[in-house]
Design a protein around this ligand. Structure first.
Ligand code: ATP
Length: 364
């Protein structure tokens, strides 16, 4: 059963719709991500979970109880923000002890919990240090220690690593994940960084314009985006406009590409049929295209010409023209191909995704 549920939660600021009918379930012990571009409503969603904003509509439940109108103090959630929100005039001990004092815990318990939280974030014996004498990474660990010291029922993170440099961000990311696992905590983590969400989270919701477009495990989102916006947001993708051939039906359907007039065949499910009666869109990652000199196999093999070659270190990008259909392939070695060469591109059926209509607002 879900430990946290948002049901049709919406929030406006004046005339700006920040969050629109968001529903999601977070399981106990899960590291859950909210991923999306700037302004898509991630922080507002997190602040409503924390109790720092009140939804206009919808309900928030925690452990089966409606907490929509409960104050932040009574929710018992730990929070870590991008700017650490530490008190510069207090030392490390007092910063970590802050939530415990607010909860009127006895002195010996405060001392014990602060010491153990600082040990967990690998800052033992830092109690007396001023926070403005610490590095960014150390300050962020103090902020994490403060959040876990209250033994939170839920940990909320809002871009907590974005002020750290790349190497430290990766290191702290690993430590954070390990710590949350070790303490058996449930976490909701807001980020605009796909790599961070994929590295940290068991499941992630992709948000855009206040709505959740898709929720899934990192690999599902990456390999099978359900909508054009998700496919575009999660890195490079070949987006192919098609129409379904009316004679074809699940479990395999055939599509005609609008550019190039190629026939592509892929597995489909009955519940996807509705969107197949109008023009549809397929997506395939550049790294999933296979390029060969000679035609190998017959399914989804398109004759093409090499248009552009871009060496980028470990991988190379090859831009291809298949009778007017422009595609990009990422390969480990571009081998002996040169611009203008003829070749064959295979689009393996298992890597092709049939996208849902992007709400009519997306162009391809
Ligand atoms: P970022 O990654 O840039 O922080 P976000 O995805 O977290 O963005 P939110 O901060 O939730 O997005 O903002 C969603 C929308 O609500 C934006 O259009 C923002 O301008 C607006 N908004 C957020 N907070 C307020 C506020 N207090 N008053 C007015 N508008 C707000």
């Amino acid at each position: 059963m879900a430990i946290l549920s948002l049901k049709n939660v919406s929030k406006h600021f004046d005339s700006t719709p920040a969050v629109a009918e968001v529903s999601l379930n977070v399981e106990r012990g899960e590291f859950f991500g909210l991923l999306g571009p700037s302004g898509c409503g991630k922080t507002t969603t997190l602040r409503m979970i924390a109790g720092l904003e009140k939804p206009d509509f919808g309900t928030i439940e925690f452990e089966g109880k409606d907490i929509t109108n409960l104050s932040p103090e009574h929710r018992g959630f730990g929070m870590v923000f991008q700017n650490y929100a530490l008190f510069p005039h207090l030392n490390v001990f007092e910063n970590v002890a802050f939530g415990l004092r607010a909860r009127h815990k006895p002195k010996p318990e405060i001392a014990e919990r602060v010491t153990s939280a600082l040990e967990l974030v690998q800052l033992p014996k830092y109690e007396k240090r001023r926070v403005d004498e610490l590095s960014g990474g150390q300050q962020q660990r103090v902020a994490i220690a403060r959040a876990i010291a209250i033994e939170p029922a839920l940990l909320l993170f809002d871009e907590p690593l974005s002020n750290l440099d790349v190497a430290l961000r990766e290191e702290t990311r690993g430590e954070l994940r390990e710590l949350v696992n070790r303490l058996g905590l449930t976490a909701v983590y807001v980020t605009h960084d796909q790599e961070e969400a994929f590295a940290l989270c068991d499941r992630t919701s992709v948000m855009m314009r206040g709505c959740i477009l898709q929720t899934g495990k990192p690999r599902e989102l990456y390999e099978h985006p359900a909508q054009i916006s998700v496919a575009r947001f999660l890195g490079r993708n070949n987006i192919i406009k098609v129409t379904r051939l009316s004679s074809s039906n699940p479990p395999f359907s055939e599509f005609k590409t609008l550019q190039g007039d190629h026939t592509l065949r892929l597995p489909t499910r009955d519940n996807e049929l509705a969107s197949m009666n109008k023009p549809s869109v397929l997506a395939i990652r550049p790294e999933h295209l296979l390029i060969t000199r000679n035609s190998e196999g017959s399914e989804n093999v398109l004759p093409a010409r090499v248009r552009e070659l871009n060496f980028a270190g470990a991988t190379s990008s090859i831009k291809l023209d298949a009778n007017g259909l422009q595609l990009e392939a990422l390969v480990l070695q571009s081998g002996s191909f040169a611009i203008g060469d003829s070749c064959f591109i295979t689009l393996p059926a298992e890597w092709l995704s049939l996208l849902k209509d992007g709400g009519g607002t997306e162009t391809v």
